[in-house]
Ligand binder design. Structure first.
Ligand code: ATP
Ligand code: MG
Length: 409
């Protein structure tokens, strides 16, 4: 029997498994990246280390298409938390809490028996070898370990849709044994696709838009417009709580808050009337553009979905695009409200978005909103307002916050 020399002494003495608890990560699209792969993997490994830093300092070892997350003197509970945390890191498809055991059949047997102890229901063993220098083939391992577990605990082997899957992965220096795992977010590592600025209301859509762009590898900042001084601070609290929740997907998030009430009043008294909503959205985008340039964010992101509300008709979306030079990314443009809400529930922003607040936009809602805004009309209004200067002024008035995700211990 070989024991891993790296296994901490207490694990060696007290655990029925000769090995070390670790986390095995399966990567998503990263593996398709050809020449950029090295860069992608390095970024992903950095992001993983960063995300778990408040829990533990870990080593991330890269091996053909998988990452192994290890910690000196690792204990089960800590590695459980580490796996949980990593399941929010973009670019990971699965996080498996695994036993890292010696590269011999006896060690695999012990780990398998320990993992299946106390479980009921059918099971299947799925072995694979990243290193073929092992005394048994994958099929032989499947049969051998399957028979052993069945004989010890009386569980039936079932190859199609078993209740439990026991996975065995033979690697270069060791074998990983695990059962089950946490599904990850998929997508690309945050930071791979550049940086963007999310226009963040307190609503349901914009947090989902932020999530979807982070999942495509964009690092995002957030910009919220409050109705202050004519509304209370509630919408800011909501935006703050939303960004804090979303921060689990990237870390280091910044929220910029602009008191927008006075500018809205100016729009109102400029005679914008039915165009007021679009005029204010254009002003938000212009302010966003000023801020984005200062932050080196190269895209704006909104939660617009085609036709969802009167400001989101095709004509109005065109009028919004006209206000800025930066691209406006609208990841929800083709989604139904039901789909958006499902996603919001899954990323745990829905309940925050549903809290009551005084949206700054209600200050301005005319009785009948324009659905076919004409850009010429909007430009006339904006000329009266001197929007360029106004956008600069608003961007100067931002308050910066850093809502950080708190891992529930
Ligand atoms: P959401 O659910 O994101 O609030 P919505 O369906 O209510 O969206 P609108 O109110 O028309 O739609 O807003 C469309 C988009 O404009 C939002 O998704 C957001 O990106 C941006 N936006 C609206 N209000 C604000 C605000 N107060 N601060 C920052 N961005 C905003
Ligand atoms: Mg809204």
């Amino acid at each position: 029997m070989t024991t891993l020399d790296t296994a901490p002494a207490d694990v060696r003495e007290h655990s029925p498994v000769d090995g070390e608890p670790c986390v095995l990560l399966k990567l998503g699209e990263v593996v398709l990246k050809g020449k950029n792969r090295e860069q992608f993997e390095r970024r992903l490994a950095d992001n993983v280390r960063q995300a778990v830093r408040p829990i533990a300092r870990v080593d991330v070892v890269r091996r053909h298409g998988v990452f192994i997350v290890r910690k000196h003197d690792a204990d089960l509970a800590t590695m459980e938390r580490v796996a949980q945390r990593i399941s929010d890191v973009m670019g990971i498809v699965w996080a498996h809490r695994a036993w890292r055991v010696g590269k011999d059949v006896a060690s695999v047997e012990r780990a398998a028996l320990e993992l299946m102890d106390g479980r009921t229901g059918s099971f299947a063993v799925r072995a694979r070898r990243r290193d073929k220098r092992f005394p048994m083939t994958s099929v032989e391992l499947d049969r051998h370990i399957g028979a052993l577990v069945a004989a010890r605990y009386g569980q039936p082997v079932k190859l199609k849709n078993p209740e439990h899957t026991l996975s065995i992965e033979v690697d270069r220096d060791e074998v990983f044994v695990y059962s089950g795992g946490l599904p990850g977010q998929g997508g690309l590592p945050v930071g791979m696709s550049g940086r963007g600025l999310v226009l963040m209301s307190g609503g349901i859509d914009s947090p989902v838009a932020a999530y979807r762009m982070m999942r495509r590898g964009l690092r995002v900042d957030y910009l919220h417009f409050s109705g202050m001084p004519f509304t209370g601070p509630e919408s800011i609290y909501k935006a703050y709580a939303l960004v804090r929740e979303l921060d689990k997907f990237q870390g280091g998030s910044r929220l910029f808050v602009v008191p927008f009430g006075k500018a809205q009043q100016q729009i109102k008294s400029s005679g914008a009337d039915r165009l007021a909503v679009i005029a204010q959205r254009r002003l938000m985008l212009r302010t966003g553009e000023v801020l984005a340039r200062r932050r080196r964010d190269t895209a704006l992101i909104t939660g617009d979905a085609l036709g969802q509300v009167s400001s989101q008709t095709l004509a109005n979306i065109t009028a919004l695009d006209d206000a800025v030079e930066l691209p406006i990314l609208r990841p929800l443009v083709g989604m139904d409200k039901i789909e958006i809400m499902d996603q919001a529930r899954r990323i745990r922003t829905l309940s925050i978005s549903e809290l009551p607040d005084e949206d700054c936009c209600t200050l301005l809602a005319p009785r009948r909103a324009e659905t076919k805004a004409r850009i010429d009309d909007l430009r006339k209004i904006e000329k009266r307002l001197d929007v360029d200067e106004l956008a600069e002024h608003l961007a100067d008035s931002v308050q910066e916050h850093r809502p950080a995700y708190a891992d529930p211990a």
